[in-house]
Design a protein around this ligand. Structure first.
Ligand code: RAM
Length: 345
């Protein structure tokens, strides 16, 4: 036998082994879509964010109660590119469901469509993907209430006089952008009320503590800014630290974790703030995923299902033509209740 022939036999042997191996892994992972051992994957905005870990805690809890395997994934920084890579890996791994907190509404569409075509159930939570890219969305609280409520809070804090700045997460974050839209509507629709509380600047800290800190410092160079609204837990903590360090008179409100923000509420840097229970968001996502997986719902308006200890939930129409499942109302944290909540989440 000449060298060429030996070589070609070797190649075909390697090929058939790898083909067989490929079939084997496909068959194995296919079983994850059957009822024996499904995997529900959770894709965070980024894995550095403590808020995302809290949400995952609830997702994991739901998966344990349901009897499926949870999987925590996410990029190091809140970008859509890395999330696309992760989605592609999850498709190859043949998971049964993907619940994603999106870093962009549209950029994930091709990857998520491919996932759905492969029979994977796809939902977004926290930060939505566009309605074509999901079966439904898990909405923390009414975006209108959040947006308008934060402007009203800032107005009250400066007693109707003083510029407002917003310290957001990334410029593509669907959730923050929607809340900011409602903040702007609240200001625009009530020009008399807000005549002396203009919105001076929107800054983006990218949910990165270092960038959020430098963006806060930059906002403070404008002496017209009297109150900062940070609709992100990462931004809240960074801004709170800067204001505290500088012993600044600028006030802070937004969406913060009680466990992180208690010292700033206690010393008056942040008179009050809002949030919902992040653990419940993840828990609701887990049960929504399971109802989709079991075919009890398909994610259309009017679908109802039992979400574990949260009770019966209904799929409703979302503002973006898709559907959503709403957790509830945002909750207000101030000096009167922060000590109770700081150990909870
Ligand atoms: C940050 C993230 C998240 C948001 C919370 C309030 O942790 O940006 O998406 O929902 O804040």
């Amino acid at each position: 036998m000449n060298i060429k022939k030996i070589f070609s036999i070797c190649i075909s042997a390697v090929l058939s082994v790898s083909l067989l191996a490929g079939c084997g892994s496909k068959a194995d992972s296919d079983s994850s879509k059957g009822d024996s051992n499904p995997t529900y994957a959770f894709v965070a905005k980024d894995v550095q964010n403590p808020y995302m870990k809290k949400v995952y805690e609830g997702f994991e809890k739901a998966c344990k109660e349901i009897g499926v395997t949870p999987l925590y994934k996410g990029p190091e920084a809140a970008t859509p590119e890395k999330q696309i890579e992760i989605i592609n890996q999850l498709i190859a791994q043949n998971v049964s469901g993907i619940a994603i907190a999106a870093n962009d509404a549209d950029a994930l569409q091709p990857a998520l469509k491919e996932a759905m075509n492969a029979g994977i159930k796809v939902i977004s939570l926290d930060s939505a993907v566009n309605f074509q890219s999901r079966q439904t969305h898990i909405q923390q609280a009414d975006p209108e209430k959040i947006g308008r409520g934060l402007i009203q809070a800032a107005y009250e804090m400066v007693k109707g006089e003083g510029g407002i700045a917003i310290l957001s997460a990334t410029a593509q974050a669907t959730n923050q952008n929607l809340w900011i839209e409602w903040m702007q509507k609240e200001l625009k629709e009530n020009p008399d009320k807000y005549g002396k509380t203009p919105l001076i600047k929107i800054a983006y800290g990218d949910d990165d503590p270092t960038k959020s800190t430098s963006e806060t410092q930059a906002l403070l160079t404008n002496s017209d800014v009297k109150v900062i609204i940070a609709p992100t837990t990462v931004g809240m903590l960074a801004a709170g630290k800067v204001l505290q360090d500088k012993k600044s008179n600028v006030l802070l409100t937004g969406l913060g974790l009680p466990s992180e923000m208690a010292p700033f509420i206690e010393d008056g840097t942040c008179p009050w703030m809002y949030l919902w229970n992040p653990v419940d968001i993840g828990y609701l996502a887990g049960f929504t995923m399971d109802s989709l997986k079991k075919g009890e719902i398909s994610g259309v308006k009017g679908d109802t299902f039992k979400a574990g200890t949260l009770g019966e939930k209904t799929v409703t129409e979302a503002a973006d033509k898709g559907t959503e499942v709403m957790l509830g109302d945002p909750f207000k944290f101030d000096k009167t209740n922060i000590s109770e909540w700081k150990t909870v989440y």
